[in-house]
Write a protein that binds this ligand. Structure first.
Ligand SMILES: Nc1nc2c(c(=O)[nH]1)N[C@H]1C(S)=C(S)[C@@H](COP(=O)(O)OP(=O)(O)OC[C@H]3O[C@@H](n4cnc5c(N)ncnc54)[C@H](O)[C@@H]3O)O[C@H]1N2
Ligand code: MOO
Ligand SMILES: [Mg+2]
Length: 441
């Protein structure tokens, strides 16, 4: 069993000391203040494990990888052609070189000596023979037979000295950091580490994220739909989002609107995971028990954010019966609000806990394809399709009705359109901020 490395309750307590802190307030926090508070509270886990390179993509590197060798390990040819000494290259007249015996292949260095006035047949990646420093690609030279082998002619001006040679250590010199701790390893990182001859790396252990849905009306897909009920979508949305972030989802299923059942599930979630993601029951309805329970089982930093959708969103920490603690993101029940608050808050928080470096959403500016009505006061996250306009620039179009329960609007979208708290309506052609979904994975 891995131990939690930071104490969520202690951190939340520090944040909630009397003073200018905006936390533990019932007023709506701005999106930026909520994000900053979450970032300030969370400390990355430090438990590490070793994985082979094949299992490394998507994992968070735990320590800098330092290159133990020069890459490449030797000067080598960048082209198939002929190697020779730059001192033999003539700028004003054809360069004529005698072709020495043998060939330098990648993996089989040439053993002989190549003298001045000579060249050697060489393949891409082959070690540059001693004394040679320039390669002419075969298509830029003419080979003619001669009595003692062959003669190579290079016309003036087709090549500069030292061209087509790759230097030892030019990719990475020995002792240099190759990949830094905190990197979420992508294919190029894994390849770079392999190029250093390192077969396994230390990564942070996967963050465990418990997910459950609350509500008497919820049924699992595959079950009959009783009157007044709906199928649970949030749990599948959130489990997918957690998995896409490379973390370990813990599926705790459906929980009825019953305080005892909810408490039992929360306690199990705290025992089994680093983070608990709930959806539903955080508003003010008569069956919204999550909020009160959270306040009893832990500390809640804030309840409400000045945003649409997603206003009833809570962040805090929970303590289980055995003293174990876990972070809590209580997301609103409306399906769009649930995923928007995941993207706006939970995603970055989870990545930070997982030890990943700089993780804000990738944003860009796009022109709005049509007018968008908005009142100042809350940040709005509308769902949009980002595409290239006729002039080649980015354009975004809203995906129809934007109700917080219309999950289709999110499914058809490939981006969120983020309209700032103070902003009013947008005219067609105005620039708006966009968070492409690809940058949120
Ligand atoms: N008087 C007020 N009522 C509401 C307010 C408010 O400020 N004052 N806020 C509204 C907003 S905004 C939202 S969002 C919701 C949040 O409600 P809860 O988080 O308490 O969620 P529930 O009441 O449990 O459900 C709301 C809605 O979402 C559906 N739902 C819930 N869970 C799921 C799920 N796993 N899969 C699919 N759909 C789900 C649920 O059936 C309800 O329709 O409160 C507003 N009310
Ligand atoms: O979070 Mo609510 O979605 O604003 O309806
Ligand atoms: Mg409710």
């Amino acid at each position: 069993m891995l131990r939690p490395v930071s104490d969520p309750l202690a951190i939340i307590r520090t944040m909630s000391q009397p003073g200018p802190s905006p936390l533990i307030s019932d007023a709506d926090l701005s999106v930026d203040a909520a994000r900053a508070a979450i970032a300030a509270a969370l400390r990355p886990l430090t438990d590490t494990e070793t994985v082979g390179l094949a299992d490394a993509p998507g994992r968070v590197l735990a320590a800098d990888v330092i290159s133990p060798i020069d890459v490449p390990a030797h000067d080598n040819s960048a082209m198939d052609g002929y190697a020779f000494a730059a001192a033999d290259l003539r700028a004003d007249a054809p360069t004529v070189l005698r072709v020495a015996a043998g060939t330098a292949f990648a993996g089989t260095p040439h053993a002989g000596v190549v003298g001045r006035g000579e060249c050697l047949r060489i393949m891409t990646g082959a070690v540059m023979p001693a004394g040679l420093d320039t390669v002419v690609p075969q298509e830029l030279a003419t080979l003619a037979a001669s009595a003692d082998g062959g003669l190579l002619t290079i016309a003036p001006g087709v090549l500069k000295p030292l061209e087509n040679r790759r230097l030892r250590g030019e990719d990475l010199a020995r002792g240099r950091p190759a990949v830094q701790a905190g990197r979420v390893l992508k294919p190029a990182d894994v390849g770079l580490i392999a190029s250093l001859g390192i077969p396994q790396v230390a990564v942070l252990r996967r963050l465990r994220v418990a997910v459950f849905s609350t509500g008497d009306e919820l049924r699992n897909a595959g079950e009959p739909l009783d009157p007044g009920c709906i199928y649970d979508s949030n749990r599948y949305t959130l489990l997918s989002a957690v998995r896409r972030l490379g973390m370990e989802p813990v599926d705790l299923g459906l929980v009825r609107d019953d305080p005892a059942a909810l408490q039992a599930t929360l306690e199990r979630a705290v025992a089994e995971a680093d983070v608990v993601l709930t959806s539903g029951g955080v508003s003010v309805g008569d069956a919204d028990y999550t909020r009160d329970l959270l306040a009893r089982m832990g500390q809640v930093a804030f309840w409400k954010v000045a945003m649409r959708p997603g206003r009833p969103f809570a962040f805090g920490a929970l303590q289980g019966p055995a003293g174990k603690t876990a972070w809590l993101f209580a997301l609103p029940g409306n399906p769009v609000a649930s995923l928007v608050t995941f993207y706006a808050f939970a995603r970055e928080g989870l990545l930070r806990l997982a030890g990943a470096q700089a993780t804000p959403p990738l944003t860009l500016q796009a022109r709005s394809a049509a007018a968008i009505r908005k009142r100042p006061g809350r940040t709005e996250f509308q769902r949009g399709v980002l595409r290239r306009a006729a002039d080649g620039g980015w354009e975004v179009a809203i995906t129809g009705a934007q109700g917080a329960g219309i999950l289709r609007s999110m499914s058809e979208a490939n981006a969120l359109v983020v309209l700032g708290q103070a902003q009013g309506s947008v005219a067609a052609g105005d620039w708006v901020e966009v968070w492409p979904f690809d940058g949120l994975v």
